[in-house]
Design a protein around this ligand. Sequence first.
Ligand code: SAM
Length: 220
Amino acid sequence: SQSEIWARSDQYHNSFLLKPDPILDAAQEHTKARGVRYDISVSAAQGKFLQLQLLAIKAKRVLEVGSLGGYSAIWMARALPEDGELVALEVEKLHAEVIEENVRNAGLSSKVTVILGRAHESMKAMPASEPFDLVFIDADKPNNTNYFIEAKRLVRKGGIIIVDNVGRGGRLADENNSDAMLDGVRELLRHIKDDTDVEATTIHTVGEKGFDGFVYAIRK
Ligand code: SAM
């Protein structure tokens, strides 16, 4: 099937470009053992892409909106310097615990702060005086636009905002096809169209996560 071809292609490329990673494998195993949906994290190749973004801009501060078991958070926190910080926003208490556990096992506790609560409230309570270099939005899709607006306030000029899962198998383009997730992404696209503070593009992705994509935006 098409999805098997995409997964196989991801695995093939990973075999050259990604090293074996027992710490991340253990994190996924632990997340699964704690009964959390480990399989909806970013893929390994996407995690590394996020890490490379942070290295490219020499990021010190990162905000993640929606962290599940901390898989993408570990990828990103590894790119930060000793005095760097990743702030992870998560609404589920169990997830927040699992993030702390996985981050501790990965030796990254000093760089990761987990804030339990609804991400929009947590973001609104944050001062813009300590800006982030990159914000990764990967939580409840109907809130995408709310998160994007707050992310814009909290990211430095020239900083990056990445929003995951905007491809959704190509279903966005069929406006007869509607659900809360699709409509959440469409609302975000309409917002960005008129938002003069950012430049953005969608990069579609195929791989073990199927046909999806992310919005990549720069705060002007
Ligand atoms: N970024 C993670 C990774 O790649 O490893 C995956 C995140 S998962 C797709 C989405 C997460 O967002 C879940 O853990 C969910 O509990 C969380 N979430 C959903 N609604 C939220 C909200 N209102 N505030 C904060 N987190 C939320």
